[in-house]
Design a binder for this molecule. Structure first.
Ligand code: ATP
Ligand code: MG
Length: 460
């Protein structure tokens, strides 16, 4: 029997839908807000969700966003109160399967539900299947640079496998998005995708989050709890910031990877699950292994399929495309903002070195959208810090310097460089001071002054 989850804050509406759908032969669960709905989805795996838009706590749009992240193939039908185009469009854009406007007719509900469930029974999986991905870039990932195209091909090839993947790359390069895309393109896509940040949770809690615990296994463990691996059975788990995992947990994870079995914290039973593991980190694990903070045996277990995401500055040709798409997404979300990016502003964006990668670009666009009052995103909307850094990067630099780890005496260092370059200019111009001054773009007077200051003379 197929299970339908009805989410609405109005009890009357929940009851109406429950009676109606039960009469059609479905099992019906109900929740009064988005948070409760997510709980139920995690534990009861319904086949379809019907949700109201306006609700306390987590509303329908929030719920839809949450579902799309973790259960990409779970169909959601939104019930919008008025035929409001805005929220309907937004819901469809965010991946709602269909929508019904209140007040609805009983046969309308029946039809929409039946249509959605037919799709679940025979998944129209073209959008997510590897074959289709070769032609089109996967939903979510933006970029057409050779490096990104390589990445799409790699995702296509590996999506069907169960092998562990290790994604590395600087912060904001899209590690989590790539993990999600792999899951979505895999045969596991109808099952959960669950991500956990290993760096953000204390060791003992992380263990119980991953493996679950039995009642009374530690203070605060008041009831049994299924871990992430159990909840994600037949799905995918992303272990984010794996480089931050403690030594003790590294051993436990290794044991799990070797046998695919584990025990809940405080438990005695060996449990078996089928999850695909993806790990991600912006840390240099080679260095962590050299420092003995990351286990080598675990590294090799995780690094079966390595994926390295290039920083944005190594694929600047993607910046205009990304900026335009992010702008469109942002104006849609905020329902306001400029329609396009002025060429001068785009130049700044392309030239900047983006240490925070795509996430930083997203933030810059979002800020500009909030500030811009005209219908074009102009340089004025871009933060001064990005603008000036971008200008500096526009100047050709003859060399780069690295600040020594112990620091430096800046004035002495600059004097040293100045003196050194003057000597080179003098050598090159056969000690004709006017020529040397020219090479350094200095007036003769300024040059003479510095010669005296540094006590430069030919007989060294
Ligand atoms: N190629 C891309 N196309 C579109 N959006 C992208 C791309 N790469 C990253 N993003 C977006 O940039 C933001 C950061 O991506 P994500 O969280 O996946 O990065 P991350 O590598 O996990 O970063 P961190 O190391 O900081 O956790 C997200 O909002 C994501 O949707
Ligand atoms: Mg991340």
């Amino acid at each position: 029997m197929e299970t339908i989850l009805v989410v609405d804050d109005e009890q009357g509406m929940r009851e109406l839908l429950t009676v109606l759908l039960e009469h059609q032969g479905y099992r019906v669960l109900s929740a009064s807000d988005g948070e409760q709905a997510l709980e139920l989805i995690a534990h009861q795996s319904p086949d379809l969700v019907i949700s109201d838009v306006r609700m306390p706590k987590l509303d329908g749009i929030g719920l839809l966003t949450g579902i799309r992240k973790t259960y990409p193939h779970l169909p959601v039908i939104m019930v919008t109160a008025y035929a409001s185009m805005d929220s309907t469009i937004q819901a469809m854009r965010l991946g709602a399967h269909d929508y019904i406007t209140k007040p609805f007719r009983i046969d309308e509900i029946r039809l929409v539900v039946e249509k959605a469930l037919v799709k679940v029974r025979q998944p129209d999986d073209r959008a997510c299947r590897p074959a289709a991905m070769e032609e089109a870039q996967p939903a979510g990932l933006i970029g057409r640079s050779p490096k990104m195209v390589e990445l799409y091909k790699l995702i296509t090839r590996i999506a069907e496998l169960d092998s562990t993947v290790l994604i590395t790359g600087e912060s904001g390069t899209g590690k989590e998005l790539v993990a999600r895309t792999i899951h979505c393109a895999s045969p596991r896509s109808a099952r959960p995708f669950l991500a956990i940040n290993c760096g953000a949770i204390p060791e003992q809690l992380l263990e119980s989050e991953l493996f679950g615990h039995v009642r009374g296994s530690f203070t605060g463990a008041v009831s049994h709890k299924a871990g992430l691996f159990e909840v994600a059975n037949r799905g995918t788990v992303l272990l984010d910031e794996i480089g931050e995992m403690s030594a003790v947990l590294q051993v436990k994870l290794l044991r799990f990877l070797q046998g695919r079995t584990f025990r809940r914290v405080g438990g005695t039973e060996d449990l078996e699950v089928d999850v695909r593991l993806i790990a991600a980190t912006n840390k240099n694990l080679m260095k962590a292994m050299a420092d003995s903070t990351f286990r080598e045996d675990l590294f090799y277990r995780l690094n079966v399929i390595p994926i390295h995401l290039p920083p944005l500055r190594e694929r600047t040709e993607d910046i205009p495309l990304l900026a335009n798409r992010l702008l469109a997404q942002c104006t849609l979300r905020q329902r306001r903002g400029p329609a396009s990016i002025a060429p001068e502003a785009m130049e700044i964006l392309v030239r900047y070195h983006w240490p925070g990668n795509v996430r930083e670009l997203e933030n810059v666009i979002e800020r500009a959208v909030a500030l811009e009052t005209t219908d074009q995103l102009t340089p004025a909307g871009i933060s001064v810090q990005v603008r000036t850094a971008s200008e500096d990067e526009g100047q050709p630099r003859p060399w780069t310097l690295t600040l020594p780890t112990q620091g430096i005496h800046l004035e002495d260092a600059v004097a040293q460089i100045e003196k050194d370059l003057m000597l080179q200019a003098l050598e090159r111009s056969g000690w004709v001071q006017s020529k040397a001054a020219e090479l350094l773009n200095l007036t003769f007077r300024a040059f003479r002054y510095k010669v005296k200051k540094y006590g430069i003379s030919r007989a060294r």
